[in-house]
Design a protein around this ligand. Structure first.
Ligand SMILES: Cc1cc2nc3c(=O)[nH]c(=O)nc-3n(C[C@H](O)[C@H](O)[C@H](O)COP(=O)(O)O)c2cc1C
Length: 237
């Protein structure tokens, strides 16, 4: 665990901002605490403090502002948020002003849209549905890698999740292994595994062949683009 950096995140509405905090904390392997917890801690031991929350009435959560007032000039910080409005505008400025007064260096800021049912969004049962999404989480990972490269994991080594899942309805007939052109599946001791699911091109032949509807495939838009890029240069199977 990274002992030099910490992320403080206040998320009071839909947990939107916590999604960004988790993506960043995963990348630099650091702890996330709420602002309430942070107010009881000695934060002076951290060289880098990330401060994030939803935007509530045009600025960060008051407890995040309070923590900003406690940081010192030897510390560096980065700011993040999620917001409902179409543009971020000047929502980070109040926190930046607090930090500037304390002479705390701001090494970067990041924000993405977050699911919001307030104000005019009520008419459409909430705006920014699903936000932040996986794409935003990846952007958050790239952001933190850029500003804190000394702590960041090599994300090219990180598995991108399980795209293909085989559930308990599987009868291990092996038809998927026969039809799959990308050798995604293997059968070992009567159990089918999608062990090469990073190769999956989402052709869906396995799903059509499966007699028990045991296979599900899930790619985000971003992952689908990556997969297309990976296979773009191929001339044959
Ligand atoms: C009380 C309240 C006030 C809000 N004020 C704003 C605002 O001024 N500007 C904005 O863009 N979004 C505003 N929002 C929307 C939130 O910023 C957005 O939904 C955010 O993603 C919530 O983050 P959270 O789920 O981490 O709490 C407000 C939401 C609430 C509940």
């Amino acid at each position: 665990m990274n002992q030099e950096a910490i992320i403080i995140c206040e998320t009071i509405y839909h947990g939107n901002t916590m999604k960004l905090a988790k993506a960043m904390a995963f990348t630099i392997n650091c702890e996330i605490v709420s602002a309430q917890q942070a107010l009881t801690m000695d934060l002076s031991k951290f060289k880098v403090v990330g401060l994030g929350s939803g935007i509530y009435f045009t600025s960060h959560h008051p407890r995040i502002m309070e923590i900003g007032r406690q940081l010192n000039a030897e510390q560096k910080t980065f700011i993040f948020s999620t917001h409902g409005a179409p543009f971020l505008g000047r929502y980070h400025v109040p926190l930046m002003e607090v930090l500037k007064k304390r002479n705390v260096e701001i090494i970067g800021e990041f924000s993405s849209k977050g699911f919001d049912c307030t104000g005019p969004f009520i008419i459409i049962n909430g705006g920014n549905k699903g936000k932040p999404n996986e794409n935003d989480e990846r952007k958050a990972m790239r952001f933190i890698t850029k500003i804190l490269p000394q702590y960041a994991k090599d994300l090219s080594d990180v598995p991108k999740g399980h795209f293909v899942n085989v559930n308990e309805a599987c009868v291990a007939c092996g038809l998927c292994t026969t039809v799959c052109p990308m050798n995604v599946f293997s059968v070992k001791e009567h159990v089918v595994q999608a062990q090469n699911d990073q190769n999956c091109i989402h052709c869906s032949l396995c799903q059509k062949a499966c007699p028990s509807q045991a296979i599900s495939i899930k790619h985000s838009f971003f992952e689908a683009i990556k997969i297309a890029q990976k296979h773009a240069g191929k001339k044959n199977l």
